[in-house]
Design a protein. Structure first.
Length: 157
């Protein structure tokens, strides 16, 4: 089966909205090519991953504080956040490459929005939408165990 790359724009236009709203992931045929969720050449919708930890909220990054992490551009709100990430990217990078953690628990890949996030056990998890985040919050440890069993193998399916 041929893989397709799906962006958040496609998902929000309805291709993924119905299945995700019902708690069913996107078909595996929509697997992503990249190990990191990127759109328009920037990771995580251009949001600063460190800000989730330091400000307890999503914060857009700036090209003035860009950082190349394994060939992917990550934006930060300030130089301090960029330095923190550079010193310990594993601590601050979203799990599952920044793809939807709930979808990953179903063996699927879906884009995310910056507002649908959770820090659990010191790790950042992103979700497709605030509604999907509510599903995720029902059993975070259980969904993490399931997602871990699929990641990163789901990228090559």
């Amino acid at each position: 089966m041929k893989k397709m790359i799906i962006s958040r724009r496609h998902a929000l236009s309805g291709l993924l909205a119905a299945p995700m709203a019902l708690g069913v992931g996107a078909p595996r045929a929509w697997a992503a090519a990249s190990a990191v969720y990127i759109e328009d050449g920037v990771a995580w919708d251009g949001h600063d991953p460190v800000a989730y930890f330091t400000t307890d909220s999503p914060m857009p990054g700036s090209p003035d504080f860009a950082f190349d992490h394994n060939g992917v551009t990550v934006l930060f709100a300030n130089d301090e956040h960029r330095a923190m990430f550079a010193d310990d990217p594993m601590r601050y990078a979203p799990q599952y490459g920044g793809y939807c953690a709930y979808a990953m628990s179903q063996g699927q890949i879906a884009p995310t929005v910056p507002e649908a996030w959770t820090i659990y056990d010191g790790r950042l998890y992103l979700n497709f939408s605030l509604g999907v985040r509510e599903l995720w919050l029902a059993d975070v440890p259980g969904f993490i165990a399931k997602a871990d069993s699929f990641w990163p193998g789901v990228l090559s399916e």
